[in-house]
Design a protein around this ligand. Sequence first.
Ligand SMILES: Nc1ncnc2c1ncn2[C@@H]1O[C@H](COP(=O)(O)OP(=O)(O)OP(=O)(O)O)[C@@H](O)[C@H]1O
Ligand SMILES: [Mg+2]
Length: 293
Amino acid sequence: MSAQLHPIESVTQDAVPVAPPVTSAAPSQASPHIVVSGVDKIFPVPGGEVVALKDIDFTINRGEFVCLLGPSGCGKSTLLNAIAGFSHPTRGGIDVEGRTVAAPGPDRGMVFQEYALFPWMTVAQNIAFGLEIKGMSRGAIQARVAELLDMLKLAEFRDRFPKDLSGGMRQRVAIARVLALDSPVMLMDEPFGALDALTRRSLQDELLRIWAATGKTIVFVTHSIEESIYLADRIVVLTYRPGTIKRDLRVELPRPRDSASAAFNALKRDLSALVTAEQHRFEQVELKGLTTD
Ligand SMILES: Nc1ncnc2c1ncn2[C@@H]1O[C@H](COP(=O)(O)OP(=O)(O)OP(=O)(O)O)[C@@H](O)[C@H]1O
Ligand SMILES: [Mg+2]
């Protein structure tokens, strides 16, 4: 499959405050990693159907950090779950590493919003779990777990159970668990959505550091405009039902990004207008009982 039907626009550090310049841009030496082609997802519901995704086409290159941005109900999780292989598109297909996604696989690790940890296992055991399944030797598991505990500043919490950790710490464990498997693709569904602002920023920084060090391809779902600009190489904005691609934007602001800078705020205003329009449609439909399907 091959597809990049939606033009990717580009915002650079030279952006003027009011209207960020937008140009077409393609990264050099791009190598397709995830290819989403003509994807529709329709859920049957009593008395009808919900068209959650419609005509989704885009390609994510190896090592890219892509945020899927949009209000509640626009199909972000549906799209991420389809890439993960948890559910199948009604039409179209998704290739990862040139192979059509048919089921979940070790090449795609998923971090959920709600800290999907085993409550009966300690931090270290949670991180080791996937490695044991893989059949790695005891010594190698211990070495890898120690490395990850260190990387995510969890060493002193290694013997605690999830219930005795803060939300931020639990999410660090969830990230360590996925990193343990060393999947080339990390799929993250609003992983920091429930955290306070300071913890969230510190985990965002940590994720960026890990991404830079490992070169993983990251698909990160968020409804926070600020978070998407802070993190992403590229922001894909989805429309409210049916979820289609409203805008595909390359963010070329220098890293670490300054959320107080004029260019950052110009982009924030620009994206706010797009997302707010979709949020209004969401409110009309979900809160007033109208329908767009
Ligand atoms: N299993 C399902 N059956 C019926 N409808 C569903 C199902 N899963 C999702 N939907 C609908 O599909 C649309 C997209 O849902 P999805 O969960 O992907 O949105 P989202 O962008 O992740 O929203 P949120 O930000 O609230 O997590 C919504 O209207 C939702 O109600
Ligand atoms: Mg969701």
